[in-house]
Design a protein around this ligand. Structure first.
Ligand SMILES: NC(=O)c1ccc[n+]([C@@H]2O[C@H](COP(=O)([O-])OP(=O)(O)OC[C@H]3O[C@@H](n4cnc5c(N)ncnc54)[C@H](OP(=O)(O)O)[C@@H]3O)[C@@H](O)[C@H]2O)c1
Length: 325
């Protein structure tokens, strides 16, 4: 079988699509035939040894996949060969076959295609938890989404609209803003060309926005925060822009505003019942056709390095999905 191997830390072009032995599932593990794998921002960091989790070399990147169970190890009770599943494994998904622990698997109903399933859980799970539990977004409020055409950003636009908010999308190109509008954004701000703070002021009649969803950080965080409304909530989701920004603490004081951290992975482990409720709601919305995850590119599994490069070069629109031949 083949797998994308990271044998030395560095740029995606150093990754190799190589022959590896087929893995045998150990106790509590299953082996899947990977049908599709979702590409997420952590892959751009983990291969350069810049991520919080540092697997020993060599390793195969890829945190989420959808596929079919091929073999189960001792002690596995909930899954059997032939089951369709989603695996949230942290690593290992950019391969023809992968191992996952039983607790990392979710059964996948017949209705959902593998490519949609492979890229749904992390992005929609994060944005839903952020808007629902962390921001307590209410219908009628205004939501500003930075990086609004990226994986978690586009999910936040779609979910914000579904939850009844007025969504303002911010992104670096007009093409990205057009995509965000198709997913429910009422307004768009091109923050590569326009003044973010001034445009938010104009679009909200000077009131500012109630909730800010920020997966970008870097130089956009402060102007975004300066455009927050009284009692606003600023969601710290990620730092795709590179720098972890620092904010003067007088800013939340004068607006009576909150800076709210979002850590979806920890939430799923610490509050598993609420996580299950969230996922049930998301899957229901998906099955009712109220959510339509956008896949901007499908690439073969062997092109995992090119897919990671697309995210690093800000070329991804919605999700990039790797598919088995
Ligand atoms: N807190 C959590 O629980 C959680 C969960 C999932 C993901 N995240 C984080 O959320 C962030 C986004 O993840 P994602 O998978 O949605 O990534 P993505 O699809 O690549 O989207 C990232 C967006 O950030 C913007 N960006 C600005 N500067 C960038 C740069 N130098 N390089 C790349 N992108 C840049 C891009 O939009 P523009 O070109 O429009 O600026 C891009 O669309 C990451 O930091 C990730 O670690 C956090």
């Amino acid at each position: 079988m083949k797998a994308l191997l990271c044998t030395t830390h560095g740029e995606p072009e150093l990754l190799q699509w190589a022959d590896v032995p087929e893995p045998e599932p150990g106790r509590g593990q299953v082996r899947l035939a990977v049908k599709a794998a979702g590409v997420n921002f952590p892959e751009t960091l983990i291969i350069r040894n810049l991520y919080q989790f540092k697997p020993p070399l060599p390793f195969t990147p890829g945190g989420e996949a959808a596929g079919i169970v091929e073999a189960v190890g001792e002690g596995v009770t909930r899954f059997k060969a032939g089951d369709r599943v989603i695996a949230m494994s942290g690593t290992g998904a950019f391969a023809e076959k992968m191992l996952a622990s039983e607790h990392q698997l979710v059964p996948l109903g017949e209705g959902l295609p593998f490519d949609v399933a492979a890229g749904f859980t992390m992005t929609y799970g994060t944005s839903h938890h952020a808007l629902k539990q962390r921001a307590r977004l209410k219908a009628g409020e205004t939501l500003l989404v930075l990086g609004a055409a990226g994986g978690v950003g586009l999910a936040a636009v779609e979910l914000g609209r579904l939850m009844g908010a007025r969504v303002i999308a911010a992104a670096s190109t007009d093409e990205k803003l057009a995509l965000a509008r198709r997913f429910g954004a009422e307004e768009g701000i091109n923050y590569a060309a326009e003044d973010l703070k001034e445009r938010v002021k104009e679009l909200t009649g000077g009131q500012g926005v109630d909730v800010i969803y920020d997966p970008v950080g870097d130089r956009f965080a402060e102007p975004a925060f300066r455009s927050i409304a009284w009692n606003g909530r600023y969601l710290v989701v990620g730092f795709a822009g590179g720098e972890i920004p620092k904010l003067p603490l007088n800013l939340p004081l004068i607006k009576g505003a909150s800076i709210v951290g979002v850590f979806w992975g920890a939430f799923t482990a610490r509050e598993p019942d609420l996580h299950r409720e969230n996922m049930a709601e998301l899957v229901q919305w998906l099955q009712e056709g109220r959510l339509k995850p956008h896949i901007g590119a499908h690439l073969p599994l062997s092109q995992g390095a090119a897919a990671i490069r697309m995210l690093m070069d800000r070329k991804a629109m919605g999700k990039v999905i790797l598919v088995a031949d």
